[in-house]
Ligand binder design. Sequence first.
Ligand code: HEM
Ligand code: MG
Length: 229
Amino acid sequence: NEHQWMAPGPNDLRGPCPGLNTLANHGFLPRDGKNLNMSVILDAALNGYHMQSDLLAGAVKISTLATDDPFSFTLEDIRLHGNIEHDASLSREDFALGNNFRFNETIFSTLANSNPGSDFYNTTSAGEVQRLRLADSEAKNPSINNTQKEFGTRCAESGFYLSVMGDPLAGVAPKEFVQIFFREERLPIAEGWHRSEIPINATTLLPLAVEIATASNWTSSGGCSVLEP
Ligand code: HEM
Ligand code: MG
């Protein structure tokens, strides 16, 4: 079937976003990861995740800045550090410390091992993971950028994995689904996942992001949010 999961081939481009990589691995986005634009991404997110444009259009606009091509970008282009890509990610290394776009199991282990004793992740565990990931980056990365801009992006992204892999109203997602999403960039359909019946949009996401933000106990460690190619 058209939306079967397939691992990317040697000429297929992928990048730092597990959400978009997964859409490409299932053919909602071009499997080669190229020729992305506003309508291609908004259609894919709606079809694949029931995610609406109010959450994503801004990120797509910003991503057009990651390449000289005025009409399209690739999944790889969006790794441009300081554009959307930021430090203290959930599953990728900081730009100054290593590869900022490939999945990294060591980095991901903080999220994987969070909320012990439960089969679910929630906004409290997501906030705690953000706190731990930031502390790790602060300890290791003298070039860290950690301003309000990066913080806002990180809280939205944590809300994204809870919403897309779980219940977008409760902000609760099965650990098994979230781990498959990050590690394999696959929709865990065989394991019982299905696309959210209710649309995921700013109205559902904002309350989750606020809970995550509160639980993360964030403070700025400064830096600047300019492009550092
Ligand atoms: C990162 C999910 C759409 C660009 C992330 C992360 C998640 C996520 C969970 C955090 C990864 C980590 O911290 O390791 C999603 C979902 C989407 C989506 C479910 C629904 C379609 C988009 C769109 C764009 C985008 C539309 C831009 C065109 C990025 C970038 C990062 C990222 C550049 C890297 C940030 C970083 O961790 O440094 N996304 N995303 N994403 N996303 Fe997405
Ligand atoms: Mg990053």
